[in-house]
Design a protein around this ligand. Sequence first.
Ligand SMILES: [Cu+2]
Length: 124
Amino acid sequence: MRKIFYSLFILFLSIQSASSADQTIEMLNKLDKEHMVYSQKIVNISVGDTVFWKATTKGHNVEFIKGGVPDGVEKFRSKINKDVEYKFVIPGIYAYWCTPHKGMGMIGFVVVGQDKSNIEAIKK
Ligand SMILES: [Cu+2]
């Protein structure tokens, strides 16, 4: 759980910084001292940008968290061990985790555009 709070903390810090372009995130068993992590916990992109997740090490995937994405976004869960990409066309904050490692805090956020209005829903 600590790791999840830490990720949320980073999310709030980064929410002002707006860089944008397509992003690549690696799914990893180990990064520095952390186990089971996405190489970037938060990315900021513009509406219409694509995020690529690379299955650098095996056993991971990407699953949007129920209630953790903007209204109107459909369920999304990628296959384990597979590279995956997603084009973000609805603005807002997207929280996702790795299905097998969500209990270990393998979680990430994509901030799309300037609309942060679903932040309260995500805190829950
Ligand atoms: Cu994982």
